[in-house]
Design a binder for this molecule. Structure first.
Ligand code: ADP
Ligand code: MG
Length: 267
C-alpha cells in the first residue's frame, strides 16, 4: 500500500473556553493509506474525537494541516462520511429516506438514489425495514442504518467515532462482523475510533495508539491478523500477543492521563 489518502501534518488544536485554554492535540501527525482500516485508541479525553472532527473538516486545526488526496481541506469535507456513537438519524424520515438523504442533497436522481440505498439496506439485512421509522428500530438496527447512510454517499473515507460503544456486547459483535464484510466488499478506507483494543484488533490493518492529552501519535502497530477475519480471531495466539503489546502502551498513557487529572484536582 502506497497511496496516501489523508495526511495530518503536525496538527495542533487548542480550544479556548471560559475556563481557559485546552490543548487537545499537539503535533498530531498521521498518514492513512487508501483502502486501509486504521483504528485510533487512547485514553478518554486524549483528543480522538477532535482528531476525527478535524479530518471531517468540522473543525479547523490551530496550526498544521489536514491534507486529503494531496489538497489541504478547508471546511466540511464531502468526501468524508461520518458515523457517530449517537446514530443521528432523522426521526421524521423513513429508513429509506434516511439512507438516500445524502445522495438527494448531491442531486442524485430519485430512482438512482433509492436503488443505491436499497442495495446497502439489503447488504446489511435491513431490506424489510426500509419503510420503518427510526423510533421503531433497536440500537443495533439504528447503527446499521447510520452505516448505510454514510456508505450511500460513497465517501472516499469513512470516519467512525466509537459507533458501537453504546451497544450491548452481542450486537456490537454482529456489527463488527458486518463492518468487516462491508469493508471487504467495498475496499473502503476507514478511520475508526474505539476505546476497545479488542475491537481495534478485530477491525484494523493498523492500530494507532494516542498519547494522553495533548494527543499525538504515540505508536502504531501493523495488524497482521489474517483476512478475511472473523470474531474467532480473538482466540488466536497472535491476537493475544498484539493485544498485550498495545495494552501495555495504552495502560501507560491512561495512567499518565489519570495522574495529570489528579495533580490538577490537587491545586
Ligand atoms: N468544543 C470544545 N471546546 C472546548 N474543549 C473541547 C472541545 N472539544 C473537545 N474539548 C476538549 O479537548 C479534549 C479532547 O477531547 P476529545 O477529542 O473529545 O477526546 P476523546 O474523544 O479522546 O475522549 C478534552 O479535554 C475536551 O474537554
Ligand atoms: Mg471521543
Amino acid at each position: 500500500m502506497s497511496d496516501i489518502l489523508i495526511r495530518a501534518e503536525a496538527v495542533t488544536k487548542v480550544f479556548t473556553t471560559r475556563r481557559g485554554i485546552v490543548e487537545a492535540l499537539k503535533d498530531f501527525s498521521l498518514e492513512v493509506h487508501r483502502g486501509e482500516v486504521v483504528c485510533l485508541v487512547g485514553a478518554s479525553g486524549c483528543g480522538k474525537t477532535t482528531a476525527l472532527n478535524l479530518m471531517a473538516g468540522f473543525l479547523a486545526p490551530t496550526t498544521g494541516r489536514i491534507v486529503l488526496e494531496g489538497r489541504e481541506i478547508h471546511g466540511i469535507e464531502p468526501r468524508c462520511g461520518m458515523i457517530f456513537q449517537s446514530y443521528a438519524l432523522f426521526p421524521w424520515m423513513s429508513v429509506l429516506e434516511n439512507v438516500s438523504f445524502g445522495p438527494r442533497l448531491r442531486g442524485v436522481p430519485r430512482a438512482e438514489r433509492q436503488a443505491r440505498a436499497r442495495r446497502w439496506l439489503e447488504r446489511t439485512g435491513l431490506a424489510e425495514f426500509q419503510a420503518a421509522y427510526p423510533g421503531e428500530l433497536s440500537g443495533g438496527m439504528s447503527q446499521r442504518v447510520a452505516l448505510c447512510r454514510a456508505l450511500a454517499n460513497e465517501p472516499e473515507v469513512l470516519l467512525c467515532d466509537e459507533p458501537f460503544a453504546a451497544l450491548d456486547a452481542m450486537t456490537r459483535q454482529v456489527l463488527q462482523e458486518e463492518l468487516l464484510r462491508v469493508v471487504q466488499l467495498s475496499g473502503q478506507t476507514v478511520v475508526f475510533i474505539t476505546h476497545s483494543i479488542d475491537e481495534a484488533l478485530i477491525l484494523s490493518d493498523r492500530v494507532v495508539v494516542m498519547s494522553a492529552r495533548p494527543g499525538r501519535v504515540r505508536a502504531t502497530y501493523d495488524n497482521d491478523l489474517p483476512r478475511p477475519r472473523h470474531l474467532d480471531v480473538q482466540l488466536t495466539e497472535r491476537f493475544l500477543e498484539l493485544k498485550r503489546q498495545v495494552w501495555s502502551l495504552v495502560e501507560e498513557e491512561v495512567g499518565r492521563a489519570l495522574s495529570m487529572a489528579a495533580s490538577k484536582a490537587g491545586h
